[in-house]
Write a new protein. Structure first.
Length: 227
């Protein structure tokens, strides 16, 4: 597997989330950021998987605990691809923040549902990852070799975890597309939209800074180590 050889087998480390005992691989990726400076980011190479499962037909509206969707309401899919989270849930903000602006609650290095010492993945992190040293494949170099037609030259190991659609609470695009939110509301309509990114396994379109979607979708979450 050329991608793994390029990455180097000892570049990955493991972290155990004390909240549920789940272990994650993580990796430090050096590339260039949004202003073309050399920068590094230490990021989980797996999607976050924590919380009590709620059915896709329901919103994640119990503000007393972390809730997750599992693809097709199947917990083994969470084990394989990580959980899927609405924006307010990812942000660990009141569920009302999916339908009203909570800009005043967004913090720098916003932790959200990430473990202590970690923060939510943002657009600048994505830029560093896609511009990783040795990644000449763009988004293909972000995508995993595991059923997602990638080379993984970046080491990011992006998987096609699909999404939970608020229209009918159905699940779509498993092994076809990866979606994620950023910790930022979208200027198109700050009450119900958040910024985010997506990568398809069938084309090489790179995420753009103005991408976004309804906060009530269920998307994957990645966490970045606070340096």
């Amino acid at each position: 597997m050329a991608g793994a050889w390029r990455i180097g087998e000892n570049r990955y480390s493991t972290f155990t989330d004390p909240r549920n005992g789940r272990s994650y691989y993580y990796i430090t990726i050096t590339g260039t950021d949004t202003v073309h400076n050399v920068a590094s980011v230490t990021v989980m190479a797996e999607n976050l998987n924590i919380g009590d499962m709620v059915l896709g037909e329901n919103d994640q509206n119990d503000d007393t605990k972390i809730e997750r969707y599992c693809y097709n309401n199947d917990t083994t899919k969470c084990d394989e691809f990580g959980g899927l989270y609405q924006w307010a849930e990812m942000m660990q903000l009141p569920s009302r923040c999916n339908t009203e602006s909570c800009a005043e609650l967004i913090q720098e290095n916003h932790q959200g549902i990430c473990p202590d010492g970690w923060r939510l993945f943002n657009f600048n992190d994505y830029v560093i990852v896609i511009n990783a040293e040795g990644n000449d494949d763009g988004v293909k170099g972000m995508r995993s070799t595991y059923g997602f037609s990638g080379t993984n030259y970046s080491g990011f190991s992006l998987v096609g975890a699909g999404l939970r659609d608020p229209e009918g609470g159905v699940f779509k695009s498993l092994k076809k597309v990866a979606f994620w939110f950023y910790p930022q509301e979208h200027s198109y309509d700050v009450t119900v939209y958040a910024t985010g990114g997506y990568v398809s396994g069938s084309n090489e379109r790179a995420p753009q800074p103005d991408d976004g979607d309804l906060k009530t979708y269920g998307f994957s979450v990645r966490c970045v180590k606070v340096e």
